[in-house]
Ligand binder design. Structure first.
Ligand code: GUN
Length: 747
């Protein structure tokens, strides 16, 4: 077997003492986050797997985990150390890092799991925390009460209560050592919530979700998803969430998508002892293998047959390495997906690997039908497992808000095309939130009932194909609303390049599916369009103007063919551009419709080579806005931000009674910073956590926000990196990536 001795990694650099215990988020995809936990033994990057080390049986040496696998943290059991005289003596004299021979972050568990397995433990609540502190662990765990899934609701309630009662003494005994505050509650939604709320009140550094091992062992993944959904939203967002005893790579993407930051597991070693191999596709048995499900470095020179021939010890070690490497590879895939904004897509793919995981995924993402729609009606459109899932496991009801919280964490626009993955595509949280934002903010140009023309049959860009048609229609039927039917729903023609609607990467037939009229009407209602006649124009054919003429004549909307005097086109084109910018101001930047209309009334445009608006120039010749090519969004200049900010009428307040409707039309959310930060923000520096005094409740990661001082004066604008509930709670990291430099613009 290969040795690792050649690659030796230096010891970690301790973090600044004032940062110990702080968690910072550096990238995110909705609830999924990439983060850094600061400790005395360096930074622990999340999501991370902490391999379980049994101090008595080391299948893979911890030092090798550090040196060869780059593992920054592991977990061991303080109760086992405490119970064994030799281990205890060594740990007390030389510290746990010396005992384990690991220079990185060491988390220890408290003996709760042993009490679950063996019935009881002899150690006291304060005693075990004091012991963990005394041996120098980085993250200790209090002695929680394990809630088993077979317990009655009353027994679980008692477990939750007793765990909360132990918090104060445990925190005191920790004397500043980072402490895990486990969440219990079994499979009871309310008890999980109670536990999370109760534990969240205390000064814990990390919140593990406990009591899930027996649930995972029985593949009850739907219950696991429910536990996550019930719990995560109740926890203080600035603390990492750890999945106690979860190390199967198949589960990582879904759990990370729901907000998990840390995993720990002995699975890599336990499965190896059983000749079982972990993989994101599920579990394999060595005896069944002809080839490796994943070709990882430790196995490249081996065949399954050769490994079967090894003696037990050698085989276990090699398979443990295999399991660890596969697990780390999946974690790395998840991290990349978070950076790319595709963690839900990965969860969607993984959900097909196990029927119970698919059930969990469908339970999460399947919504009840809107009132007035029967599932028969949908059958011709959605003939997949969702129809059944909807009938057999209707989500909604008490879970509706929990799921809405997950969805609302997503940024709407992204810079990449939306890869079609079947009907699951429609329930990706960022697609849902993009639809919601469009439907809440956009409004048609005329009130009252109107005729509607839906363009169908071809993927974008529609500009070259349809602009002339749109212009001619505008001149003869100014009130006709033109929309495009995209695979993600109806899109107003003025927003024809908006991501994700306009950038779906999939087969061309996706664009020609006919929506049934009831669904179409419902979509239009959501866009506040009271439709009189709905005409559908297939734009896949040539000579669409002729087709449109025929269609409109057939329905009595036109008498003659569509024609327009070319001399009118320049003005009409200008109007179309105005409408495009107006709608982007309203939808992407939440600007009040009337204000946006006056704002752009006297603007002129710089047109790019492809005929698109490149820059918007105000009446004084200043560049104020630029539509973005990448995502169909709108960038604002420093001057533009001043003009938009001037419309703001609502004071910054967060009274807990916030009605999202109040925010509509109020422009980008405001973030108020401390006086100390003002001079830096004015010079274009980022806003850091710890310097924020208040913010609007609709502040959202990935969206434009305005930065103001305590008097409400605008001092900059940028891209928020956090949501409102996180802005004041995080103590480390960037809260806003500033895009302005007022010190240069307004010298
Ligand atoms: N290990 C696995 N599950 C648990 C749990 O619920 N609590 C603790 N402390 N450790 C665990």
């Amino acid at each position: 077997m290969t040795a690792w001795k050649d690659d030796v990694r230096g010891d970690p650099v301790p973090c600044k003492e004032s940062d110990w215990g702080k968690f910072e988020v550096t990238a995110r995809d909705g609830c999924a986050r990439i983060g850094r936990i600061h400790t005395a033994h360096g930074i622990l990057e999340t999501p991370a797997l902490l391999p379980v080390i049994n101090p008595n049986i080391r299948t893979i040496e911890p030092r090798e985990m550090w040196d060869r696998y780059g593992i920054q943290g592991l977990i061991t059991n303080s109760y086992i150390i405490w119970k064994h005289d030799d281990l205890k003596r060594h740990a007390v004299e030389k510290g746990v890092h010396d005992l384990i021979n690991f220079p990185g972050v060491i988390m220890t568990d408290s003996g709760t799991f042993q009490s679950y397995v063996y019935g009881d433990v002899e150690v006291g609540v304060e005693e075990i925390v004091e012991f963990q502190r005394s041996i120098g662990v980085d993250i200790a765990t209090m002695l929680d009460v394990f809630s088993r899934p077979d317990m009655s609701e009353e027994e679980v309630r008692q477990a939750v209560r007793t765990t909360i009662e132990r918090c104060e003494a445990s925190i005191e005994a920790a004397q500043g050592t980072m402490l895990n505050g486990p969440i219990q509650g079994g499979v009871y939604r309310d008890l999980r919530k109670q536990s999370a709320q109760g534990m969240g009140q205390f000064d814990f550094a990390v919140h593990p979700i406990g009591g899930i091992v027996p649930i995972m062992e029985k593949h009850r993944y739907k219950d696991l998803a429910k536990i996550m959904l019930a719990t995560i939203g109740e926890l203080p967002p600035e603390r990492p969430r750890h999945m106690f005893g979860c190390g199967h790579p198949m589960l990582f993407s879904m759990l990370i998508a729901l907000g998990a930051d840390l995993f720990d597991s002995a699975a890599y070693a336990l499965f190896a002892r059983d000749d079982r191999l972990l993989s994101p596709q599920g579990t394999y048995r060595l005896k069944d293998l002809h080839a490796w499900p994943e070709l990882v470095p430790c196995i490249v020179n081996w065949t399954p047959e050769a490994v079967r021939a090894l003696n037990e010890d050698e085989r276990t070690t090699l398979l443990a390495r295999y399991n660890l490497e596969v697990t780390l590879a999946e974690l790395s895939r998840c991290k990349q997906a978070v950076h790319e904004g595709t963690i839900w897509q990965l969860a969607e793919q993984r959900s097909h690997q196990h029927p119970a995981l698919r059930e969990a995924f469908l339970w999460l993402t399947t919504r009840p039908l809107p009132s007035g729609l029967s599932s028969d009606l949908l059958d011709d459109l959605v003939q997949d497992d969702r129809t059944a899932a909807r009938e057999h496991h209707p989500n909604g009801g008490i879970w509706e808000q929990d799921w809405a919280n997950v969805v609302n964490k997503q940024a709407t626009q992204r810079k990449k095309g939306e890869r079609w993955g079947g009907e699951d595509t429609l329930t990706r949280p960022h697609v849902l939130v993009a639809r919601k934002q469009l439907q809440q903010r956009w409004r048609p140009s005329s009130t009252g009932s109107t005729d509607v023309l839906v363009l169908n049959g071809k993927p974008g860009p529609w500009r070259q194909r349809c602009d002339l048609l749109a212009l001619r229609l505008r001149s003869v039927l100014p009130n006709l609303e033109i929309l495009v039917q995209t695979p993600l729903g109806l899109l107003p023609y003025s927003l024809e390049d908006l991501n994700p609607f306009a950038q779906v990467d999939g087969p061309s037939w996706l664009w020609s599916r006919r929506l049934n009229t009831v669904l179409l009407r419902q979509e239009l209602q959501r866009l506040h369009i009271e439709a009189d006649r709905i005409l559908i124009l297939d734009i896949s054919a040539d000579s669409i103007i002729q087709h449109a003429s025929n269609l409109l004549k057939k329905h009595g909307l036109l008498e003659d063919d569509l024609q327009v005097d070319d001399s009118d086109l320049t003005q009409l084109r200008d109007e179309l551009r105005r409408r495009q910018v107006l709608d982007k101001l309203v939808v992407c930047l939440n600007v009040n419709y009337e204000y946006a209309a006056t704002m752009i009334e006297s603007c002129s445009y710089v047109i790019g080579g492809t005929g698109r608006v490149k820059n918007v120039i105000d009446k004084d010749g200043h560049h104020i806005l630029s539509p973005r090519l990448t995502d169909g969004g709108l960038s604002i200049t420093d001057l533009g931000s001043k003009i938009i900010h001037a419309q703001r009428s609502l004071p910054v307040e967060y009274d807990g009674q916030f009605q999202p409707k109040k925010a509509i039309g109020q422009g980008p959310p405001l973030l108020v910073v401390e006086q100390d930060a003002v001079e830096f923000v004015l010079k274009g520096r980022n806003v850091f956590h710890g310097f924020i005094l208040a913010c609007d409740p609709w502040l959202k990661a990935g969206q434009t926000c305005f930065i103001v001082d305590q008097e409400g004066t605008l001092i900059g604008h940028g891209l928020a990196q956090c949501d409102a509930d996180e802005a004041l709670r995080f103590k480390k990291g960037i809260a806003v990536r500033t895009r302005s430099d007022f010190s240069k613009t307004f010298k």
